[in-house]
Design a protein around this ligand. Structure first.
Ligand code: SF4
Length: 276
């Protein structure tokens, strides 16, 4: 059986180059036509929702067309964005996106993306306090830089419209920035457990908090790359991924099922997309 929700990286382009980024840059990008074909194919397999991710997905000029084609197939749209281009697409996001994922890594002026990004994200949270729209998931990647600042982040999020705060343990993926910078970023399992436990204790009555240790995400996705090849991100692999071939290959599901940790995949989907 196909996973209920799959991830499509529609571009590698990004307006940032964050030191913890685990995206492997690639210049290959599918045409609008091929993406729409892939979306129809996924719908024919009873996939219920697609997470649009990148890079920065809002940098693709055909972003509205991609969203429309997912809606046309009666599937749900989930969007992960850094939020900078939100004003340009706020109508379509408000109307068609079910869950909007935004980053929030620091409470002060520190940032992996620059101070404007934090202001932009806070503006979006403010906007949805006053307007109808998607559910909001704010993601914090826990690193050595912010492990002692989670409480302050929680304090800000508590005042805003946040349907879920997902606290990710940083992990490295080979051949990406996350690997290059892992020494300065990685926190131990014990540090992550203790740091996240403290904020859960303090804020879980006010915010739906989902704690995501790195082990829970290893080999646990159906990920479609910007050239429509399928892979499973893997923390152990020397390439950072288990490559499975083209989405349209006849035996792609069989290959995925033979390599994925299905239990983790299903649990992640349930907790991240079904419960918020
Ligand atoms: S982490 Fe996100 S915003 Fe930063 S470079 Fe990677 S894709 Fe861009």
């Amino acid at each position: 059986m196909w996973p209920k929700i799959v991830f499509i990286k529609i571009t590698s382009q990004c307006n940032y180059n964050c030191k913890y980024c685990y995206d492997r840059k690639s210049s290959k990008e599918s045409s609008t036509k091929d993406l729409i074909k892939a979306i129809k194919f996924l719908s024919s397999k009873d996939v219920e929702g697609i997470v649009i991710t990148g890079g920065e997905p809002l940098l693709r000029k055909d972003f509205p067309k991609i969203i429309q084609s997912i809606k046309k197939q009666k599937m749900k749209v989930y969007l992960d964005t850094n939020g900078d281009l939100f004003p340009k697409y706020k109508e379509i996001i408000s109307k068609d996106v079910s869950i909007l994922g935004l980053p929030f890594d620091f409470a002060n002026n520190q940032s992996y993306r620059g101070k404007n990004n934090k202001k932009n994200v806070l503006n979006i949270l403010q906007y949805y306090k006053e307007n109808n729209g998607p559910k909001i998931r704010v993601g914090t990647v826990v690193t050595k830089d912010n492990i002692d600042k989670l409480e302050k982040i929680g304090k800000i999020l508590k005042r805003n419209k946040v349907d879920q705060w997902k606290i990710y343990q940083f992990f490295k993926i080979s051949t990406t920035n996350s690997e290059k910078n892992k020494k300065g970023l990685a926190v131990t399992n014990k540090e992550f457990k203790e740091g996240s436990r403290d904020v859960v204790k303090k804020y879980s009555r006010d915010i739906n908090i989902l704690v995501s240790p790195k082990s829970s995400r290893n080999k646990a996705y159906f990920f479609i790359d910007s050239d429509l090849s399928v892979f499973i991100p893997s923390q152990e692999s020397s390439t950072g991924r288990i490559s499975l071939g083209s989405l349209l290959d006849k035996d792609i599901l069989k290959k995925w099922l033979s390599k994925v940790n299905k239990e983790k995949n299903d649990r992640n989907l349930r907790r991240t997309f079904i419960s918020p």
